[in-house]
Unconditional design. Structure first.
Length: 259
């Protein structure tokens, strides 16, 4: 209950203090009239088809490359993903360098063939506790989200309570870092769904040695290991083989309605 309360208050802070010029620079007038009704953007069948069509692609066709415009579109869906307190605790490395892909191959068995053949390879980094401190939080709430000082202060108090009490993020650095890493999976999911919707295959990947991946990227100067860690990886491209059919537990087994 307290958690919900905090989020309601944060939303209030955002509503009252939002600076239009900072956040509302995307033109929605093409699709939204003034009635406040949420526009229907896609039909359900199209979206469901996409979820059935998406599969964890095992073998990519190395001759097919994603266009820059299409990949920018996929990355934009990552950038627009939601995050707890709007802290955007991530960075996305697009690894196109063949030598680095080769080095990654040695520490990422679950990604090996994908690194050779996929069109685009993304490493999703998450911010560690040291990079999510009060100065970063106040920049996000103030300069990025456009809240005035008193609203930033409110958010900081909510966050302290959330971290200390509700989610116990301060119990260990690992708890805090895992909380940030979990959120990158939302961006990952959005990228994969968006890719499917424009006919591009993808693979989510945890098949790598995390410590070795962190070391390698730090050595290459691609991240500061005190501030970032590798959360998860993803390949994008075009399939070389037809996937096997989808298998899932039934809805009855998976979902319980509590009324
Ligand atoms: C977090 C996560 C990590 C995964 N890691 C790998 C991986 O390292 N290599 C791989 O080939 N597939 C990986 N997969 C793919 C899963 O095996 C696959 O999503 C699952 O079997 C369901 O199949 P589908 O995605 O084709 O529906 C991963 C999936 C997720 C969500």
């Amino acid at each position: 209950m307290r958690c919900v309360h905090i989020y309601v208050l944060q939303t209030f802070a955002a509503l009252f203090y939002l600076d239009d010029e900072i956040t509302c620079n995307y033109d929605l007038s093409r699709i939204q009239d003034k009635s406040l009704e949420f526009p229907m953007l896609a039909d359900k069948q199209t979206v469901l088809d996409a979820f059935h069509l998406r599969h964890a692609c095992k073998k990519y066709d190395p001759s097919k490359k994603i266009s820059r415009a299409d990949f920018d579109f996929i990355l934009e869906t990552a950038r627009l993903s939601p995050s707890s307190f709007g802290l955007e605790p991530w960075r996305f490395l697009v690894i196109q360098n063949p030598a680095l892909r080769k080095e990654l191959r040695g520490i990422a068995s679950g990604a090996a063939e994908k690194l050779d053949a996929c069109s685009h390879f993304v490493i999703l980094l998450s911010r560690k506790q040291a990079a999510l401190q009060a100065d970063y939080r106040s920049r996000m709430w103030g300069a990025v989200q456009g809240m005035p000082a008193e609203a930033v202060e409110m958010c900081e108090a909510f966050f302290q309570n959330f971290a200390e009490h509700d989610f116990r993020l301060n119990e260990s650095p690992r708890a805090f870092d895992d909380w940030a890493a979990k959120q990158t999976y939302i961006a990952l999911a959005n990228m994969m769904t968006a890719a499917t919707l424009i006919g591009i295959d993808s693979t989510p990947m945890e098949g790598f040695d995390m410590a070795a991946a962190n070391r390698l990227l730090a050595e290459k100067g691609l991240m500061n290991p005190d501030e970032f860690q590798v959360a998860v990886m993803a390949a994008f491209g075009y399939r070389a083989d037809e996937p096997r059919g989808k298998t899932r537990l039934s809805a009855e087994e998976m979902i319980e309605w509590v009324e």
